[in-house]
Design a protein around this ligand. Sequence first.
Ligand SMILES: Cc1cc2nc3c(=O)[nH]c(=O)nc-3n(C[C@H](O)[C@H](O)[C@H](O)COP(=O)(O)O)c2cc1C
Length: 257
Amino acid sequence: MILYFSATGNTEFIAKKLAAKSGDGCIDLLPRIKNKNYKPIVSKTPFVICTPVYICEMPRFLSDYLKNVPLKGCRDVYFIFTSGGYAGISGNLAASLMRKKKMNYMGHAEFKMPRNYVASDMYPELDKEEILRRIEQSEKQTNKVAFQIKNRMKLRSRYVFLFEKLVTLPFNPLWVKFRQPSKDFYATDKCIGCGKCVRNCPLNNITLKNGRPLWKNPCAHCMACIGNCPVEAIEYGKITQNKNKYNIGKYLKRREE
Ligand SMILES: Cc1cc2nc3c(=O)[nH]c(=O)nc-3n(C[C@H](O)[C@H](O)[C@H](O)COP(=O)(O)O)c2cc1C
């Protein structure tokens, strides 16, 4: 059974390709996370957990959810990480979490996808060609990974040295503590009050007041609100004003045209 969380569509794209190629079922974890639904998930086939990488690990709200939800049936579990190119210690932390759940960790695969994080000027925007190239490359990679999972083969990934682990381990906790203010999010006059941002927020942090979204804390900066707004009405301070707000759907459409 393939389980996924995806804010801007990259992970969903990979999860659905893997499901189609392996003939397995696919569950979007967003409604379960939002509703704190901890009903057991049962699977006869290996669990394949697909997640984006947030500051070198899977999102904290996802690891918290996985800690608490019973996974029943098959004991084998694979992880699939989509990132902008650096997954850090995601695999090590996922393996440790799964061992605590008495699961048999079968390894992980990393997919280099377009970067969706627009709320910082630290990462230069990718051009359209590079975005399409990464999507295409990753789509091809799903053939091999689906085959390996279907045949219960262990996935081999990049070795993470102790030094790298020690350096990257504090990144995420520091980020969670200091770098995720939601006060800079706002909706412009383009907002139509459709509530899509409210429905997409995994932490239920957005409410509509007089037809306009209001952001509370804590926010995971997942980019689901800003990336999926149908009228591109959401901004983050001045940083995003002239930026392309990423979601994979825009590019899949262009690819078809
Ligand atoms: C808060 C946040 C932190 C991120 N941190 C990393 C990172 O450490 N390394 C990296 O390569 N990409 C990072 N990214 C990029 C995403 O992992 C990548 O674009 C992912 O494919 C998005 O998946 P989604 O479209 O399914 O949400 C980050 C994105 C966000 C929103």
